[in-house]
Design a protein around this ligand. Structure first.
Ligand code: ADP
Ligand code: MG
Length: 246
């Protein structure tokens, strides 16, 4: 069974193509990095895969299904900048929301769900903050809580958009270890990530894009100077960081 199958996906905003003719198939049990410069359409690709924004054309199947039929199997952690951190909710309640998709209609989370939510908080090392407001946490702590919420959903696929931006090193380590563990247990994890320095050690597969798909495959296949230069053309700082001449 394929985790994701995308054929000829196009997405545009007001007539401008943000994602252009993207096709790829991904097996389950991969930890995939979506890389490409700012404005490359990485977040747009994720949102289109999740059917959160309309596509112009293309065919998307997740686990051989239309996304609407298996939404609860998929957890999504948006970019931190897209979350309203002033929303008055405690850490434990934010994690509990992760259990909702698996509840029956009108069922409230009970003892079992609460115990599971605490277990998920423990996994990300945030138990002692359970009664804090989410707005009172550091960036790394917030990202851990949102990972705990994703874990609470018991999904088969995770989508995370730039989970390491504004996050301390310790949190980054914790998060990538958990994502690797999920991958090793057969889950599919897709992470938008713009820091090329870590890309080759964090992920076992890469999607390199700049509107169009520039590379897809193993790290060895994609993390090549020619492909990176094609994607990051004009983004000189990135290329210098890597020691690649443009
Ligand atoms: P990335 O995540 O790789 O930085 P995005 O997917 O956010 O890129 O954006 C791709 C392009 O689409 C950019 O040019 C961006 O300005 C544009 N874009 C993104 N979201 C919107 C939106 N809601 N309305 C109009 N244009 C958008
Ligand atoms: Mg983005």
């Amino acid at each position: 069974m394929l985790a994701i199958s995308v054929k000829n996906l196009n997405v545009s905003y007001h007539g401008d193509e943000a994602v252009k003719d993207i096709s790829f198939s991904l097996e389950t049990g991969n930890l995939v990095g979506v890389i490409g410069p700012n404005g490359a359409g990485k977040s747009t690709l994720l949102k289109a895969l999740l059917n959160l924004i309309p596509k112009d054309k293309g065919d998307i199947q997740i686990f051989d299904h239309a996304i609407r039929d298996i939404r609860k199997k998929i957890a999504y952690v948006p970019q931190r900048s897209e979350i309203d951190w002033d929303f008055p909710i405690t850490v434990i309640d934010a994690v509990l929301i992760g259990t909702y998709p698996n509840l029956r209609l009108f069922q409230r989370p009970g003892k079992q769900e609460k115990a599971w939510a605490y277990q998920c908080l423990e996994k990300v090392g945030m138990t002692e903050f359970s009664n804090r407001q989410i707005g009172e946490l550091s960036g790394g702590q917030q990202q851990r809580v949102f990972l705990a919420r994703a874990l609470a959903q018991k999904p088969d696929m995770y989508f995370l958009d730039e989970p390491f931006v504004g996050v301390d090193l310790g949190s980054e380590e914790t998060i990538i270890q958990i994502l690797k563990e999920m991958r090793n247990s057969g889950k599919t994890v897709v992470v938008v990530h713009h820091d090329l320095m870590k890309a080759s050690t964090y992920f076992n597969k890469l999607i390199l894009m700049n509107r169009e798909l520039i590379g897809f495959g193993s790290v060895e296949e994609v993390f090549r100077p020619d492909l990176l230069a094609k994607a990051y053309k004009g983004h000189f700082a990135f290329m210098e960081q890597l020691g690649v001449s443009v």
